[in-house]
Design a binder for this molecule. Structure first.
Ligand code: SF4
Length: 283
C-alpha cells in the first residue's frame, strides 16, 4: 500500500510567509496585534492565532478606530489608502503582501503614471483585485468572463495596461487577452499569474490519475480546494474532500493499493501530516 503526498499540497510560498510573519510578531511581543482580514482562510489557524492574542479586523472602520498596535497586511495585499490611513494614525504596519502581488501593485502604479488605464482580468470582489485597484491612479476596469471581455469597450484613444489576478486560469487569461487585443486599443499585456496554483493542480491531476483513492484536504468554502476536488474526481472516482482528519471515512479495501493526498492553499501542514500518518497506519 502506497501513500503519495503531493509536494505542492498546502500553503503556497506567499501564505506561508504571511503566517510566519504573524508568528514572528507574536514572538517579538508587538501587541496588540491585528491582521486586516483573516491571515489565511482556515479556521484552525485563525483560532490558534486568536488564542495567542491576534485579532482579525474586517472593516476599514475597525482599522480607523485603532489607537495603537501592529497591523499585519495579509498575502492578498491592500490598496494604497490603507497604508496611508495607518501612517496618518501612526499605527505600525507589517506588510506580508505576497511579493508576486506587490509586483502587480508596482506595475499598475507605474503604468497609471504613464497614462494607461488598467484592465484587470480577475474577480472584482476578490480582496486581491480590490487591493490592486487601490494602486491605480487612473481608472481601472475588471473583467472576469469571456463574455465580459467581448463586451468590454473604452474610448478608442485610451491606452490600456492588462494584468491578471495571480490565481486566474492561464488558458482563460490567454483567450480573454486575444479577444481584447483584437479591439484595436493601444495595449500592453503583463501576465501576472502566479504559477503556484497551476503547479498544484497539475500535480494533483497526475497523482489522482495514478491512485485508487484520492484525498483532497481543505476548507469547505475554499474555492481552490473545490477546484482541486473537481480535477481529482475526473481522474479518480474514489476522491474524498475533507477539512480535517475526523472527516475521513476511507474504508480499507484490498483494491486500494495507492492513496493520493493533496491540499488547498490554506491547509496547514499539521493537518496534512495527520492525514498522511493516519492513512499510512490504517492501510
Ligand atoms: Fe500564493 Fe501565488 Fe498568491 Fe503569492 S501570488 S499568495 S505565492 S498564490
Amino acid at each position: 500500500m502506497e501513500v503519495k503526498l503531493a509536494k505542492t499540497a498546502g500553503f503556497c510560498f506567499g501564505v506561508q510567509r504571511a503566517v510566519d510573519t504573524v508568528y514572528t510578531q507574536i514572538e517579538e511581543g508587538a501587541f496588540p496585534i491585528y491582521t486586516y482580514g483573516p491571515i489565511v482562510h482556515n479556521e484552525t489557524v485563525v483560532q490558534e492565532l486568536e488564542e495567542q492574542g491576534v485579532r482579525v479586523l474586517s472593516t476599514k472602520e475597525e482599522l480607523s478606530s485603532l489607537k495603537e498596535g501592529t497591523v499585519i497586511i495579509r498575502a492578498h495585499g491592500v490598496g494604497k489608502h490603507i497604508y496611508d490611513l495607518l501612517e496618518d494614525k501612526g499605527i505600525r504596519l507589517v506588510d506580508a503582501t505576497c511579493p508576486f502581488v506587490r509586483k502587480i501593485h508596482r506595475i499598475v502604479q507605474k503604468e497609471g503614471a504613464n497614462g494607461r488605464k488598467i484592465l484587470i482580468i480577475g474577480n472584482a470582489r476578490h480582496p486581491e483585485v480590490e487591493g490592486i485597484r487601490g494602486w491605480c491612479s487612473t481608472s481601472s476596469y475588471v473583467v472576469e468572463s469571456i463574455e465580459e471581455a467581448q463586451n468590454f469597450t473604452v474610448d478608442p484613444r485610451e491606452k490600456l495596461c492588462v494584468v491578471s489576478q495571480t490565481t486566474f486560469n492561464y488558458k482563460k487569461f490567454k483567450d480573454m487577452v486575444e479577444i481584447i487585443s483584437k479591439k484595436g486599443y493601444d495595449i500592453i499585456v503583463l501576465n501576472t499569474i502566479c504559477s503556484a496554483t497551476e503547479e498544484r493542480q497539475t500535480e494533483a491531476r497526475q497523482i489522482a490519475s495514478q491512485s485508487d483513492a484520492m484525498i483532497v484536504i481543505g476548507g469547505s468554502h475554499s474555492s481552490n480546494t473545490q477546484k482541486l476536488f473537481e480535477i481529482c474526481k475526473k481522474e479518480c472516482e474514489n476522491t474524498y474532500h475533507i477539512q480535517k482528519l475526523e472527516d475521513l471515512d476511507l474504508k480499507a479495501s484490498q483494491s486500494i493499493r495507492c492513496v493520493g493526498i493533496t491540499a488547498g492553499a490554506s491547509t496547514p501542514k499539521k493537518i496534512i501530516e495527520e492525514v498522511q500518518k493516519h492513512v499510512g497506519i490504517k492501510f
